[in-house]
Design a protein around this ligand. Structure first.
Ligand code: PEP
Length: 251
């Protein structure tokens, strides 16, 4: 079901104690507030169970930032989707450009991760987005479409309905350079049209598509006012409650 969502991605930041303090402060800031979006925080694995216990999960959903592409067994250091589920987390961020770039995540690996996430009743927040050279060549639509074709467009319509898409141009992540409102809207509209072509208009209209990349309190109101932008995946600005709350309040 299409919803407005503001999702934080803490990346590899915050000790357990710092993360718990951040989650508790956010929980207090949102208690009793009238919210026009779902709020999610993507924490490191080791924080998940403690953060779930510390927040009102009816107000703040908790996400892992990754999961293994294997179900269980001799995969030292990996964390399975069922382990994520057992913490009470509800979402898994998958396909973030940092994981694709630094950890070699291919479409084949991501297909396995998406399948395991869905099989464990978790919601994938599936990231896609192009690098600067692709944008400069004006080939972003074909690039993103290919990322989707190789992965989540292989899902059944019933499974596709369960996922959230996050469009994150790599050149805008952590750089302070936000895609212009027009660039973000145009690409999200393109993604929605590609979903419609693949799964039909009803499913396209029901899919939450987020923008990510240097989103902040200043640019969020204009971005979130666009017809195809259903919220944001927020990195740096999710690490301070005042900044994150201001983005939440942009809805
Ligand atoms: C991200 O990493 O998903 C992200 C959007 O980061 P930032 O908001 O810091 O650009």
């Amino acid at each position: 079901m299409r919803k407005n969502i503001v999702a934080g991605n803490w990346k590899m930041n915050k000790t357990l104690q710092e993360g718990l303090a951040l989650a508790t402060e956010l929980n207090e800031a949102l208690a009793g507030a009238k919210l026009n979006c779902d709020v999610v925080i993507g924490t490191p694995f080791i924080h998940l169970a403690s953060v779930v216990a510390a927040v009102d999960t009816k107000v703040i959903g908790v996400a892992a930032q990754n999961c293994a592409n294997k179900e269980s067994g001799a995969y030292t250091g990996e964390i399975s989707a069922s382990m994520v589920k057992s913490t009470g987390a509800e979402y898994v961020i998958l396909g973030h450009s940092e994981r694709r770039e630094y950890y070699g995540e291919t479409s084949a690996i991501l297909n396995e991760k998406v399948a395991l996430t869905l099989a464990n009743g978790l919601t994938p927040i599936y990231c896609c987005g192009e690098a600067l050279d692709v944008r400069n060549a004006n080939e972003q639509n074909a690039f993103v479409k290919n990322q989707l074709d190789e992965t989540v467009f292989n899902l059944s319509a019933d499974d596709f309905k369960k996922i959230v898409i996050a469009y994150e141009p790599i050149w805008a992540i952590g750089t302070g350079v936000t895609a212009s409102t027009e660039q973000a809207q145009d690409t999200l509209a393109f993604i929605r049209s590609a979903i419609a072509a693949k799964f039909g208009q009803e499913i396209a209209d029901g899919t939450s598509i987020l923008y990510g990349g240097s989103c902040n309190a200043k640019n969020a109101p204009e971005l979130f006012a666009q017809p195809d932008i259903d919220g944001g995946l927020i990195g740096g600005a999710s690490l301070k409650v005042a900044d994150f709350k201001a983005i939440i309040d942009a809805f």
